[in-house]
Design a binder for this molecule. Structure first.
Ligand code: GDP
Length: 432
C-alpha cells in the first residue's frame, strides 16, 4: 500500500560546501540527523556567541483532515529535528600537542571565540619539571537557533618537561574517566539528564619541523586510537612550502600504516549524494593530516577583510585553500562530520569501554560467589539460619552473573558486527 506523503516541511539538503561563507557553522552539524542547512554569520568574540535569531521556516501544522490519503509519518524527520534543536547539542574536543604549536590560536579561529583570555605562560624553570594538566573550557555558541555547548579540553604542559614519557597517561586517564562517569550515570536512576562529557574528537598537533612523527607522537597515538577519534593536524603549516607539506603528509601516513595505527575513519559517501558533495568528500579525505595555519587577526587585502598572518613578504590568508587546510578542517569538524564523530564515540569507543567494564564486573561477581561458597563450606554446618542466608545470597549472585553474561554476549555480538563492518569498509589491518 503506497500512501501519498504530505509535503516535507523542511528542505532536506546536504551540509554546506567548503570555502564559501557557509563553510562552518553549528547549525549544519545537525544536518546529518535531520537534513537542515545553515549559513554562518558569526563574528562575535565573547564566550557565549549569539548569532541571528532563528529563521527556520515554520513547519506546517499537521491537519486533522480525516479524508487525507496519507498516514503522516513523513513528518518524522521534522519531529526529530525540532526535538534535537530544542535540546541543543554537546561536543567535546580534546586538543593535544606541545605548547607553542598554535593550538589556542587555531581553536579561537575555528570557533570565532576567545577561550584563552587569561592564559599564563610558564617560564623555562617551570617547564623543566612541568607535568601535563587537563584544562577544560566551555563555550556556548548559538547559531540560527541551534545551540551548541562546546567543551575544549586542553592539555597544557604536554611534552614540555624534559622527561615527558608519561604525558600520554594524563590524556588516557581523562578519556577513561569521562567514559566511567557516563557508564555510572547511565546505570543510575536519573538517566534523562545525563551530561555527555565524553571526548568526541582529539585534535593531535604535529610540529611542522622534523621529518615525520616522533616516537612520543607514536606512543600517544597508539595509546589513544582505540579510545577516541584522533584527527592529526600539522600546526603552523606556513613554515613549509607546498612540496614540504606534501612530503610530510606522506611520511606521516606511512608511519601510521607501519605502526598499524588507525585514526578516525571517514565514513563512505552515500552513492545518492550529488557530485559536488562527493568531490568535497574526496578532497577532505585527500587532505589528511590537515596542514593548518591559525590567526586571530583580521587583515584587509585588496579591499577584502581576511583572517590572516601578515609577513614582510605578504599575507597568509588562513581561509585560502591554497595557503592552508583550515577551511577543510573547519568544514569537517563542524559542518559535515560532527555528528559522525559523536556516533563513532558512542557506537565504537564507548561500547568497547562498556564491554570491558561489564566483563570486569562479572568476573568480580564470580570471585565473590566463589568466596561465599568457600565461606559457607568452612562455616559450621549446624547453623541453619546462616546457611539459608548464604543460599539466598548465592542465588542472588547467580542471577546477577547470568544477567551480566547475557549483556556481555549481546555486546560482544554487536561489537563483532561493528568491527566486521568497519573492516569491510576500511579494508585495513587492525592490531589487537
Ligand atoms: P599553543 O601554545 O599551542 O596554544 O600556541 P599558541 O596558539 O599560543 O601560539 C603560539 C605562537 O605561535 C603565538 O605567537 C601565535 O601567534 C603563533 N601562531 C599561532 N598559529 C600560528 C600559525 O599557524 N603559524 C605561525 N607561523 N605562527 C602561529
Amino acid at each position: 500500500m503506497k500512501h501519498q506523503p504530505p509535503p516535507p516541511p523542511l528542505p532536506l539538503s546536504q551540509p554546506p560546501l567548503m570555502g564559501g561563507p557557509v563553510a562552518g557553522g553549528v547549525a549544519s552539524a545537525i544536518s546529518s540527523i535531520n537534513g537542515s542547512n545553515s549559513v554562518i554569520s558569526n563574528n562575535n568574540n565573547s564566550e557565549t556567541v549569539k548569532c541571528r535569531p532563528p529563521i527556520y521556516p515554520k513547519p506546517k501544522t499537521p491537519s486533522f483532515d480525516k479524508d487525507r490519503d496519507y498516514i503522516g509519518f513523513a513528518t518524522l524527520p521534522e519531529q526529530v529535528h525540532r526535538k534535537s534543536v530544542k535540546r541543543g547539542f554537546e561536543f567535546t574536543l580534546m586538543v593535544v600537542g606541545e605548547s607553542g604549536l598554535g593550538k589556542s590560536t587555531l581553536i579561537n579561529s575555528l570557533f570565532l571565540g576567545d577561550l584563552y583570555k587569561n592564559r599564563q605562560m610558564p617560564n623555562v624553570e617551570e617547564r623543566i619539571e612541568k607535568t601535563t594538566k587537563v584544562e577544560k573550557k566551555t563555550m556556548d555558541i548559538e547559531e540560527r537557533g541551534v545551540r551548541l555547548r562546546l567543551t575544549v579540553v586542553d592539555t597544557p604542559g604536554f611534552g614540555d618537561a624534559i622527561n615527558c614519557e608519561d604525558s600520554w597517561r594524563v590524556c588516557t586517564q581523562y578519556i577513561d574517566e569521562q567514559f566511567r562517569q557516563y557508564f555510572t550515570d547511565e546505570s543510575g536512576l536519573n538517566r534523562r539528564n545525563i551530561q555527555d562529557n565524553r571526548v568526541h574528537c582529539c585534535l593531535y598537533f604535529v610540529p611542522p619541523w622534523g621529518h615525520s612523527l616522533r616516537q612520543m607522537d607514536l606512543d600517544l597515538i597508539r595509546r589513544l586510537h582505540r579510545k577516541v577519534n584522533i584527527v592529526l593536524v600539522i600546526g603552523k603549516a606556513d613554515c613549509l612550502n607546498k612540496q614540504e607539506v606534501r612530503k610530510l603528509k606522506e611520511r606521516i601516513l606511512q608511519d601510521l600504516e607501519d605502526n598499524h595505527i588507525q585514526l578516525y575513519q571517514f565514513p563512505e559517501c552515500d552513492s545518492d549524494e550529488d557530485d559536488d558533495f562527493k568531490q568535497q568528500d574526496r578532497e577532505l579525505k585527500a587532505s589528511i593530516p590537515f596542514a593548518v595555519v591559525g590567526s586571530n587577526t583580521i587583515l584587509e587585502v585588496a579591499g577584502k577583510k581576511v583572517r590572516g598572518r601578515q609577513y614582510p613578504w605578504g599575507v597568509v590568508n588562513v581561509e585560502d585553500p591554497e595557503h592552508s587546510d583550515f577551511i577543510k578542517l573547519r568544514t569537517f569538524l563542524i559542518s559535515t562530520h560532527m555528528q559522525d564523530l559523536k556516533d563513532t564515540t558512542q557506537d565504537v569507543h564507548y561500547e568497547n569501554f562498556r564491554a570491558q567494564c561489564i566483563s570486569q564486573i562479572s568476573q568480580h561477581a564470580l570471585r565473590e560467589r566463589g568466596k561465599l561458597k568457600r565461606d559457607s563450606i568452612s562455616s559450621t554446618n549446624g547453623f541453619d539460619a546462616a546457611i539459608s542466608e548464604t543460599d539466598r545470597l548465592l542465588l542472588q549472585k547467580d542471577e546477577e552473573i547470568r544477567r551480566m553474561q547475557d549483556m556481555l554476549t549481546q555486546m560482544q555480538e554487536k561489537l563483532k558486527q561493528t568491527h566486521l563492518m568497519e573492516m569491510k569498509k576500511n579494508d585495513s589491518v587492525i592490531d589487537v
